[in-house]
Unconditional design. Sequence first.
Length: 224
Amino acid sequence: MTSPSHNPALSSDHGDLPRRGLMFIMSSPSGAGKTTISRMLLERDPSIRMSVSCTTRPPRPGEVDGKDYHFVSQDRFDATIAAEEFLEWAHVFGKSYGTPKAQVEAGLAAGQDYLFDIDWQGTQQLYQKLERDVVRVFLLPPSIDELRRRLTGRGTDSAEVIADRMARAQSEISHWDGYDYVLVNDDVDRCYAKVEQILAAERLKRARQTGLIGFARTLMAPAG
Ligand SMILES: Nc1ncnc2c1ncn2[C@@H]1O[C@H](COP(=O)(O)OP(=O)(O)OP(=O)(O)O)[C@@H](O)[C@H]1O
Ligand SMILES: Nc1nc2c(ncn2[C@@H]2O[C@H](COP(=O)(O)O)[C@@H](O)[C@H]2O)c(=O)[nH]1
């Protein structure tokens, strides 16, 4: 039911104005916890949707095609690049990863928020293309030893893959200053709470509130 004080320029009784969606990017060295925090966010916040990437790496145990990634051949990946159907793509750890364009562009205009688990190269590309829509968050592990423990403890990768990811961790970490927010993922719940706060504040940014001009006009119109 509409409250007596309801202004029809508001999109809901909660005082929300129509707004453009945002692109919430989480990056980190492998094993710092992006997937863990992303899953919590997707479970708890129905207003954000995962941008599912394409990759040429094989699935890990438990990963589902179309949910965790679109697992594709290198030929298929290359054809998608040629057709300009990626918003961004990069080589990471010897494999190809890319963000499909299709759903994201239309969704943003309709107010849909998207979550991206992508590396620093992809983050730079998205920032160059869609700067105003992008929110960049970088997760750091509390220590390098803890990062190794997490990669080993996850139990999904061979010793060779873990060694490769550890060898690249410091170079990944060197990109921390290309992000808007940098969080140390020491305790999962504490880190998640900070992510939630960032998302809440970013959603309220004036520039995203496409309904603001019209709403302010209704308030400034001469009383009739
Ligand atoms: N704050 C934390 N404390 C302890 N363990 C954690 C924490 N955050 C994540 N982990 C654990 O660390 C391991 C790696 O986490 P996760 O898979 O989320 O990392 P990732 O950054 O997504 O890695 P990748 O880039 O390789 O996909 C998992 O086993 C996860 O349960
Ligand atoms: N530039 C992009 N990077 C991506 C994308 N999808 C994932 N990633 C990053 O790759 C590494 C490795 O991921 P993993 O699942 O194999 O452990 C990690 O840093 C991801 O953030 C993408 O579409 N574009």
